[in-house]
Each structure stands twice: as C-alpha cells, then as structure tokens.
Write a protein of this length. Structure first.
Length: 266
C-alpha cells in the first residue's frame, strides 16, 4: 500500500461520518416539523385564551381551606400510594434485577427475557396500569398502588441491574472461587458494594412516585389528585389553588427528605 492511498482511506470514513451526521440532522428536522403539525401548535389560540386564564386565576384568591382535614387525608392517601406502590415494586424487582444483570444472572437464557420483560413494564405508564387495575379492583387508592407497583418494578429492576453490573468483579470472583454458593456470593460479596446505590435509586423512585400518584387521581385512584380533578370540573378555582398549595408543600417536603437521605448514602 502506497503512502498516497493512506490519506484517501482516512478521508472516506470522515466523509461517510459527515453524511450520516447530516442525514441524522435532516431526519430529526423532518420529525420535529411533523411533530409540530400533529401536536396542533396554535400560538394564536394561546394568546386568545390567556385573558380567560387570568380571570380564572383572579377567582382563585383567596384559597379555600374550609375542608382542610379532608385535603390532608387525601394528601396522606397520595403519599401512601407512592410508598406502598414503590415498596411492592421493589420486592418484585429483587429477583428481576439479579436475573437481568450480566455478571450475576444464573443463565443467559434468562437474561434477555428478563430484560424484555423489564422494558414491557417500563414501557406501560403507571397511568395505564392504574386504568387497568381500576377495572379489576374498583376506584380507590388500591388501584393506584397496583399501577405504581407494576410500572416502577421495571424501572427499579433496570436501574438496580445496571448498578450491579457496574460493581468491581474482584470480590464476586473471589467469593465464587472459594466455593461459595450463589446466595452467599450475593449477600457477602455483592451487597456490601452495591447496597448504597440500590437504596439511593429506591429513594429517588419513591420521590418520583409521589408526583405520579397525584396524576393517578384523574383516573379515580384516589388521593389529592382526585380532589384536584373534582374541583377543576366544578370550576372551584379557590379550592384548586388551596389544593395546589398543599401539593407544593407535600412535594417539597418529600423531595427535601429524599435528597438528604440520598446524600447520606453516597
């Protein structure tokens, strides 16, 4: 091969990479323009509706806290849905994350089906799961708990499996070579390294699910989200504002607590 042909071979991949990059940008541009069309973006309609929104906002003051105990009870339902749903999802995630982690999975034949199953759980939103479970168990927080648990099991298991795959292989290999069984390897070699990361992920998902459980009230899963929907339907904007203030206080408290605990775990 001559020296003259070497630069030519280097130029060809660079040209191909540029063409791929330009094609990707053009493809994204076409996708974005099409999305603007299907999303029915209409700034004129927004400007027309702003005065109406301002009138509704004016009617929201002062906030109506006349049934404050009921709203607190609904807020407690929301936190309970997120807490129990996250805990149920975490229990389901324990065996799934071990099967879905390359370095500890008992079989490659189980690894890929487990990954596909996690993608299925993550691909269906808690909102959709809650709708399904409302048909099964009726209206109320229990449907919300099941909806959160089904979706969050896939998310927690995926994040946990990735945390397990990122651990140093040395302790696991040493425990395996010493003749320890799979359960002892997990308890004595894997968990000490990965437990802080697993706990941090669990706290983050709990924090996220508190916000999710608010939305689930729209489908009749109870909680303060259902009170918010009812108040909007009745155009009771002073009560809507009171509920929004309670939601902000609740979410801020949960976020602060979760962030503090996660910092302690790092």
């Amino acid at each position: 091969m001559t020296l003259a042909s070497e630069p030519q071979r280097l130029v060809q991949p660079r040209t191909r990479d540029r063409l791929v990059f330009v094609a990707a940008i053009l493809g994204f541009g076409v996708l974005y323009v099409a999305s603007l069309h299907f999303a029915e973006i209409n700034l004129a309609k927004l400007l027309e509706g702003l005065p109406r929104l301002a009138r509704w906002a004016a009617r929201a003051w002062p906030p109506d806290f006349h049934d404050f105990p009921t709203l607190l009870h609904r807020a407690a339902e929301t936190i309970a849905m997120a807490t129990i749903g996250t805990s149920f999802g975490a229990i389901v995630s324990i065996p799934l994350c071990l099967v879905a982690a390359r370095n500890v999975t008992p079989s490659r034949w189980l690894y890929y089906p487990a990954r596909w199953f996690l993608n299925l759980l993550r691909g269906i939103d808690s909102f959709v799961f809650a709708l399904i479970f409302v048909a099964a168990v009726g209206l109320g927080p229990f449907a919300g708990v099941l909806g959160i648990a089904a979706h969050v099991a896939g998310s927690i298991a995926k994040l946990w499996s990735e945390a397990i795959e990122a651990v140093e292989p040395g302790p696991i290999e040493a425990a395996t070579m010493s003749g320890a069984g799979p359960l002892k390897v997990i308890i004595h070699a894997l968990l000490p390294d990965v437990l802080p990361a697993l706990a941090s992920i669990l706290l983050y998902m709990w924090e996220f699910n508190v916000r999710t459980s608010i939305v689930l009230g729209v489908v009749g899963a109870g909680g303060i989200g259902q009170e918010l929907k009812n108040s909007v339907d009745l155009l009771a904007f002073d009560r809507v504002f009171a509920i929004i203030l309670i939601i902000l206080a609740m979410v801020t408290m949960i976020d602060t607590m979760s962030s503090y605990l996660r910092r302690k775990l790092i």
